[in-house]
Design a protein around this ligand. Structure first.
Ligand SMILES: Nc1ncnc2c1ncn2[C@@H]1O[C@H](COP(=O)(O)OP(=O)(O)OP(=O)(O)O)[C@@H](O)[C@H]1O
Length: 679
């Protein structure tokens, strides 16, 4: 069968080329296709079996001007190239979209075919020549006429030259007299183009979905809040951490305008228009640093939200690594939270004391922050580049404390290290030593310490060599040293040596105004983004906090562990606060000594940490961990202590090789212990 013949007449060379390609692809096996464009010039007389015009306009513009001789003249109908439909479907719902074509009729017919194709989620606005401004329009769509779009439009989508629709193709098939088989093959080709495209779209969509799930999972593991905003000001990424901070559901906010989700003008202004890279904000009671980064190429803003505490910690870690020295202070005066006048006054005095070289005795109730002050004083002193060593005198037995402080020579006692060991006084040379709980040291250690202070030199235990030392001594106690001097358990001469400068730290009761500030600080520091209900705050304001800030801290820690969602309520209060009051406190306080309390807290903490990882803790395991702590306990000693703790209902021991688990009462008891002693 000889091929039929067809001449295509289009308006522009670009349209001619696209339509010629379409016809060749669909009909090329059966029809010989020639083509002309009016803007390139058309022969004076045209003769063919079929003359196919690309549009009504092409027909109107050229038909009258040339001699046309054809068996059949067809004016084609055109539709949007399916390849570009996904671009249109990706425009956000309800957006205003300017439709730009080279004449008004063509524009209207393009809008019609877009609606017919089901692109009806946006509002199309027809472009009119001469009108340069369209209110609230940021996106334009054009079939290859993008040069006509007003220049202020942010996003221009070129949907390419529109192609002939299926009815035009079938009309050509019919005129060529092609048989049924061929005609159905051609329609299949037309349809398979669409199916192929849909398949690609489907894969692309599936890949995009997998990628987005992957990104969400990755973002879920990050400790910071992460937000991404696109050029329209809509949210494209909002991780769960951020959702917790703003008390919203992460699923609900994607695609919404930023200002509809965060109704904080200061924050949205900073994100959208900010020139700075980072800024502090208080968001629902949490101090946060927001870092913003503009990705120019994608016109996207990436924002991270970090707890102030974390941001500082990162800074501090870097500094520490730079200093790369073994013994350093962990706190400075800025870490001591307190705006109450009495506290401000204490900090002022402490700063002055820091600058002298004399020993300082810090007194105050348990948990008031004496250790914190000791760190800050060293950090503020002329010795700040020297070492700072802290030792808790009540946590060590007499012999251990002596050997820790003054060191020993080789062979002094069984188990002594080869080559002897330097004591903390030697290690703290040119720096500061902080002796916490000084009220608990024995009379033997007291006299040894007195000698060191009087002579400014030490002699290791079992040694003869005299080692001069240059160490500033800061001590602290919550005990009544005057009372101890009266009953003879603390040496008066040592007291006067230590108490050259005295600093009294007020209890939390004496500075209640600081309670809300401390709560906020402790929550921020925990890295959790939660809100504390008003009645909890009220309760905290009237409770008398015998364990001071340490008790407040462990109560908050406990509540943050048990609270559901992002709100701390009164039902999250530990048992001893909520229901039984002080009676439980005194029941708990049955421990003989601070050392016993600390040991118990250590054991329970190890068990709790293992349980949190889904494991139980064996005696051997706890014993081996104890070697790295201040309490070296053998598996037998651990067994005895676990028996007692089990009898009190704080742990449950497994049979045979199964390890131990902490009970709910045990967790609460642990927090109580932590509020009473520093571990
Ligand atoms: N002003 C404060 N600001 C922030 N945190 C504080 C403040 N005071 C105390 N803390 C925190 O409370 C806890 C107890 O503080 P610290 O160990 O310094 O108390 P202490 O007076 O030395 O107690 P003790 O007499 O029992 O040894 C620590 O975790 C400390 O970080």
């Amino acid at each position: 069968m000889s091929k039929s013949s067809l001449t295509l007449i289009a308006g522009s060379a670009k349209t001619k080329q696209a339509l010629q390609e379409q016809l060749e692809q669909l009909l090329g096996d059966y029809v010989h296709v020639k083509s002309h464009a009016t803007d390139e010039g058309i022969p004076q007389s045209l003769e063919d079996k079929i003359i196919l015009y690309s549009s009504d306009t092409a027909y109107d513009n050229s038909n009258a001007m040339y001699n046309v001789n054809a068996e059949k003249i067809i004016v084609g109908k055109r539709t949007v190239n399916h390849e570009y439909i996904d671009k249109l479907l990706r425009i956000h719902d309800g957006s205003a979209v300017l439709v730009v074509n080279d004449d008004d009729d063509a524009t209207i017919s393009l809008i019609e075919s877009l609606y017919q194709l089901g692109v009806d989620h946006v509002q199309f606005i027809p472009f009119r020549k001469g009108i340069l401004f369209y209110e609230d329009v940021q996106i334009a769509v054009s079939p290859g006429e993008t040069h006509l779009c007003p220049s202020y439009i942010k996003e221009v989508i070129d949907i390419g030259v529109r192609l002939f629709d299926i009815t035009t193709i079938l009309e050509v098939v019919e005129c060529c007299g092609l048989n049924k088989d061929i005609s159905s093959k051609i329609s299949e080709r037309y349809i398979s183009n669409i199916i192929e495209l849909q398949r690609k779209l489907l894969f692309a969509e599936r890949d995009a979905k997998q990628m987005s799930e992957h990104i969400q999972n990755v973002l879920g593991t990050v400790d910071d809040g992460i937000l991404v905003v696109n050029e329209e000001g809509r949210i494209t990424v909002f991780n769960n951490r951020l959702a917790a901070l703003f008390h919203v559901d992460a699923q609900d906010v994607v695609n919404k305008y930023l200002e509809h989700v965060m109704n904080r003008r200061d924050i949205t202004d900073f994100i959208m228009d900010g020139r700075d890279e980072s800024k502090f904000f208080d968001i629902n009671g949490v101090d946060v640093v927001i870092f913003r980064l503009q990705m120019m190429k994608e016109n996207t803003i990436v924002v991270t939200f970090k707890s102030v505490h974390q941001a500082f910690e990162i800074e501090k870690t870097a500094q520490r690594e730079m200093r790369n020295k073994g013994f350093y202070t962990k706190y400075c005066f800025d870490d001591i939270i307190g705006e109450d006048d009495v506290m401000k006054d204490r900090k002022q005095i402490a700063k002055k004391l820091a600058l002298s070289e004399h020993p300082i005795l810090i007194q105050g109730e348990t948990g008031t922050g004496k250790e914190l002050f000791a760190h800050a004083i060293h950090e503020h002193s002329l010795r700040k580049n020297g070492p700072f060593l802290a030792v808790n005198c009540s946590a060590l037995t007499e012999t251990l404390l002596e050997s820790e402080l003054f060191g020993y020579e080789e062979g002094t006692f069984t188990g002594a290290q080869r080559g002897g060991k330097k004591g903390l006084f030697e290690l703290a040379d040119n720096g500061t030593i902080f002796l916490d709980e000084i009220g608990d040291i024995s009379l033997t250690v007291q006299s040894h310490l007195l000698r060191v202070l009087q002579e400014g030199e030490i002699r290791r235990i079992g040694g003869r060599r005299i080692i001069p030392i240059n160490v500033r001594v800061i001590t602290a106690t919550n005990k009544d040293l005057q009372g101890k001097m009266r009953d003879g358990s603390f040496r008066t001469d040592l007291f006067y040596r230590l108490n050259v400068l005295n600093l009294y730290i007020p209890s939390l009761n004496e500075r209640r105004a600081d309670i809300p500030l401390l709560i906020k600080h402790l929550i921020t520091k925990s890295g959790k983004w939660v809100k504390v209900e008003q009645d909890v705050l009220e309760y905290f304001m009237q409770y008398n906090w015998p364990g001071n800030i340490r008790e407040l801290k462990s109560t908050i820690d406990y509540m943050l562990t048990v609270c559901e969602g992002n709100v701390v309520t009164k039902s999250d209060l530990p048992f001893m606060h909520g229901q039984a009051g002080d009676s439980v406190m005194s029941e708990y306080s049955a421990c003989e000594s601070m050392l016993e309390m600390q040991e118990r807290a250590f054991i329970l903490e190890v068990i709790k940490q293992y349980n949190e990882k889904g494991k139980t803790a064996s005696r051997e395991l706890i014993s081996s961990q104890s070697k790295e702590s201040e309490f070296v306990l053998s598996p037998q000693q651990i067994r005895r202590r676990l028996d007692i703790l089990e009898g009190e209902g704080f742990v449950v021991k497994g049979r045979g090789r199964a390890g131990t688990k902490i009970t709910a009462a045990g967790i609460e008891y642990l927090y109580f212990l932590k509020s009473k002693c520093s571990v």
